[in-house]
Structure formats: structure tokens, C-alpha cells
Design a protein around this ligand. Structure first.
Ligand code: FAD
Ligand code: PYC
Length: 416
């Protein structure tokens, strides 16, 4: 029987006797130990921690567009860990602790600014929900405090606490350690850190298929730039996870929605913190460039369009003008949308899949930017050790069959 070198390389020598064991692999040789699909913050952070903490450096990050061009570069950068359930509090506060030292860790200024995140209550029900969060957070050692409307206004002077509005403010929950960071710096900081440790970062490289062997295990991916072999593949492609996982025959409990944001013309520093109102679908902060950064709610329909419906943005601006009348004459500079993937319980999915060697990190919905360092950190450990990091363990896909859901709908910033 004849073998060309090419056949040897791509098909191996399965079933041939007389050949050394290592030549008898039925698999094409794996080029990488790990391929990460998606060059957003979470994917790049995963690659960074694989290389920096776990010594796994034969890694490639494949990105269909440019680094940080997905939701990482499109979000309003709100960081907080005031989630209700213990499992969520653990993972989001793990992230906040990493944010606190991230600029030093990466030697890259990610402009983390813990200026305080205030969540407004407008109804008795809001008050009850937020007070429950305050107590639950404190039991987990996470800062969160209840403010009267007057205290809320003292913390954020532009806030209108008058009674003569559609949704008067009845109080607020304040997490002082919450804040913002510079989104593209986060992507670039992790990318540089990973790259200097040997990770290959390949842009303009869309994954079009996930290859499996006869036993069903992952052997690599096909891309718009050719086939690339790998022993393990981690999918971290917010908004597009279902499409990618379908390539490996895995159906995900996810829906994708557009979520939009906009910025105003730049003005001098006027807004000292982050304010969010879930009830009237608006959140606002001021960037270091001076723009007011304003976010809206998700569209009502699933879609892969990277714009949001106009009436959603109008509704948000109505709310902003009511809460902060001094901004009524501001002009808006630009708006955009991203695609977020949302799970039934509004908590992420992190971990292994039914396909050996295939891992997934998704479902962060409207709130994954704040999780970037923590998500990458626990996902890297999960991939490297082939078992969930203890903080990630409650977030595996199995919860949708066992019923152990982690319902954070009320802690999500944005109504979906
Ligand atoms: P992304 O940055 O989207 O990265 C995924 C990457 O995968 C993309 O770059 C994409 O191009 C790539 N990809 C997709 N398919 C393929 C393929 N086939 N092959 C190769 N690459 C592929 N979260 C907060 O915590 N706070 C906020 O204030 C906040 N505000 C938001 C406001 C808006 C308007 C939006 C849209 C989101 C907001 N979020 C917020 C959510 C947050 O942005 C996301 O949860 C987070 O950025 C997800 O990061 P990621 O790295 O997983 O995804
Ligand atoms: O999760 O805090 C958040 C958030 C704010 C805006 C969008 N998501």
C-alpha cells in the first residue's frame, strides 16, 4: 500500500501494523493545543490567562473581523458586581477584583474608574428588589448600600428628584466599587499580553466549520483562511454562539438580540458616576473624552442586525431628559448596536460541551463587559484542566437539564 506524505499527514496510519504507535494516530496532527474562536475581550482574556498563568502557549485566537470589533468595542463599559445569587456574586466580584489590578497586570492603562454605579428605584417594587440585592450582596461581602432620593442627588447632582415626572425616583442602590473602563484598551491590553507570551492572534479569519473525528472529538476548525488543527477549541463569540455551536451539532439555549447605545457631543466633566434605571430603560455615564455615554434596551425581536430600532433609542432619550433635564439641549453624535446572546435565566454558560475538546463561554447577554477578566480567567482554567474552575462550575450547560437555573433577570441592567 502506498502513502503520499500528504495522506500520511492528513489521514494518519490508522489500522496499519508495523508502524510506531505515535504514527498510527487516526487524526491529522493538531497544530495548536487550543484555538479560541472570537477575538473580543473574553476570548483574548482567555488566551492571556492560558499563556500567562497556565503555561499553555501553543494557542491561537481566531477573529472574523478585527480585535474588539464585536460587543467589546460597542458596550457602555459599566462594571459592577451587585448580582443577587451567590454564584453570580462570586463570578462578577472575581472580575471586579481583577479589574482593580488589571492595568498593573497588563502594563496597559485600561482606565478602570471605580466612580460608583447607582441603580435607581421608581416604584415600591423596585425598592423591594434593590433592597433585597443590597442585603444579599452584603452577606457575600460585596459593597452595596441603599440611598434616599436626596442622598442619590447628593451623589449625582444632575439627577432630578422632583415628584412631577412620570417615574419619580424613590431611592437608589449604590455600589461604590462599580464604575467604568476603556473598552478597546481592555481588548488591546489582553491581546498584547497574550501575543508577547507566544499566542497567535489571527484577524480576518472567520471560523466556518468545527471538525470532529469518528469518535466525535474536536480535531480543528475550518476557516476562511484554511483548515487549522487543534486539540481543544473554545468558542467565545458573543451573539453568534448558536451559529458556531451548530457547526459541531450542539443546540444552545440562546437567543440573539440587538442592543444599542449612543454618545453625545463632548462636554466638560459634569457627570460624576454611573446611573442606571432598569424601569425606564436608560443608563448613563460620561467618558474621559467628555461624551455622555447612553445605553438603551434590547429590541423586542431576535435579530443579527448591529443596529437597534429607532423607537427604542427615542424612549431612552425621553427617560434621560426626564431624569437629567440639564441634558435636554445636548446633541447626540453617533449611535450603534451590538448583538447580545441571552440565556433563559440571564446568566452565562461557561464550560465543556457534549463534544469532547469543545468548550463554550457565552450567554453574557447585556452584561458581560464587566465580567471580562473573571470570565477569561475561569474559562482558561476550565480549558486547561478539562474540568470547571470552581467559580465557573454552577454555569455549565447542564443546568438547563437539571433545572438548577441562576435567575438574574432582575439584576440585568437592561430589561429584555
Ligand atoms: P465580543 O466582543 O462580541 O467578541 C466576540 C467576537 O467573536 C467578535 O469580535 C466576533 O467578530 C467574533 N466572531 C463571531 N463569529 C465568529 C466566527 N465565526 N469566527 C471568528 N470570530 C467570530 N456589559 C457590561 O457589563 N456593561 C455594560 O455597560 C454593557 N453595555 C452594553 C451595551 C451595548 C450596546 C452592548 C451591545 C453590550 C453591552 N454589554 C455590557 C455587554 C457586553 O458588551 C458583552 O457581554 C461583552 O462585551 C461580550 O464580550 P465577548 O468578548 O464575549 O464578545
Ligand atoms: O450590565 O451593567 C450592565 C449593563 C449596563 C448597560 C448594559 N449592561
Amino acid at each position: 500500500m502506498k502513502f503520499s506524505l500528504r495522506t500520511l499527514f492528513t489521514q494518519g496510519l490508522a489500522g496499519q501494523s508495523g508502524w510506531p504507535e505515535q504514527w498510527r494516530s487516526p487524526e491529522p496532527r493538531a497544530a495548536y493545543d487550543v484555538i479560541i474562536v472570537g477575538g473580543g475581550g473574553h476570548g483574548l482574556a482567555t488566551a492571556y490567562y492560558l499563556a500567562a498563568e497556565l503555561g499553555v502557549r501553543n494557542v491561537a485566537v481566531l477573529e472574523k473581523g478585527w480585535l474588539g470589533g464585536g460587543n467589546t468595542g460597542r458596550n457602555t463599559t459599566i462594571i459592577r458586581s451587585n448580582y443577587l445569587w451567590d454564584e453570580s456574586a462570586a463570578i462578577y466580584d472575581h472580575a471586579v477584583k481583577l479589574w482593580e489590578g488589571l492595568a498593573q497586570e497588563l502594563n496597559y492603562n485600561v482606565m478602570y474608574s471605580p466612580r460608583g454605579v447607582m441603580m435607581l428605584a421608581h416604584t415600591i417594587h423596585d425598592q423591594q428588589v434593590f433592597k433585597r440585592h443590597v442585603h444579599a450582596n452584603r452577606l457575600n461581602g460585596i459593597d452595596n448600600e441603599w440611598l434616599t432620593p436626596e442622598q442619590a442627588q447628593a451623589f449625582c447632582p444632575p439627577l432630578n428628584i422632583g415628584k412631577n415626572v412620570r417615574y419619580p425616583i424613590t431611592g437608589a442602590a449604590l455600589q461604590r466599587r462599580g464604575g467604568t473602563a476603556r473598552h478597546d484598551a481592555v481588548a488591546w491590553g489582553y491581546a498584547r499580553g497574550a501575543s508577547t507570551r507566544g499566542v497567535d492572534i489571527i484577524q480576518n479569519c472567520e471560523v466556518t466549520g468545527i471538525e470532529r473525528n469518528v469518535a466525535g472529538a474536536v480535531t480543528g476548525v475550518t476557516t476562511t483562511r484554511g483548515r487549522i488543527g487543534a486539540q481543544k477549541v473554545g468558542v467565545v463569540a458573543a451573539g453568534h454562539t448558536s451559529v458556531l455551536m451548530a457547526m459541531a451539532g450542539v443546540r444552545m439555549p440562546l437567543e440573539s438580540f440587538p442592543l444599542q447605545a449612543l454618545v453625545s457631543e463632548p462636554v466638560k466633566p459634569v457627570f460624576p458616576c454611573v446611573v442606571m434605571s432598569n424601569t425606564i430603560h436608560a443608563y448613563i455615564s460620561q467618558s474621559d473624552k467628555g461624551e455622555l455615554v447612553i445605553g438603551a434596551g434590547t429590541d423586542a425581536y431576535t435579530s443579527y442586525s448591529q443596529t437597534g430600532a429607532l423607537h427604542i433609542a427615542e424612549h431612552t432619550l425621553d427617560a434621560i431628559c426626564e431624569m437629567f433635564p440639564m441634558f435636554r439641549r445636548m446633541r447626540m453624535l453617533r449611535n450603534w448596536g451590538g448583538i447580545v446572546d441571552v440565556t433563559p435565566d440571564r446568566s452565562p454558560i461557561i464550560g465543556h460541551t457534549p463534544v469532547p475538546g469543545l468548550f463554550v463561554n457565552c450567554g453574557w447577554g447585556t452584561g458581560g463587559f464587566k465580567a471580562t477578566p473573571g470570565s477569561g480567567h475561569v474559562f482558561a482554567h476550565t480549558i486547561a484542566h478539562d474540568r470547571p474552575h470552581p467559580i465557573a462550575a454552577p454555569f455549565t450547560l447542564e443546568r438547563f437539564t437539571t433545572g438548577r437555573l441562576i435567575d438574574e433577570a432582575a439584576a440585568a441592567a437592561v430589561a429584555h
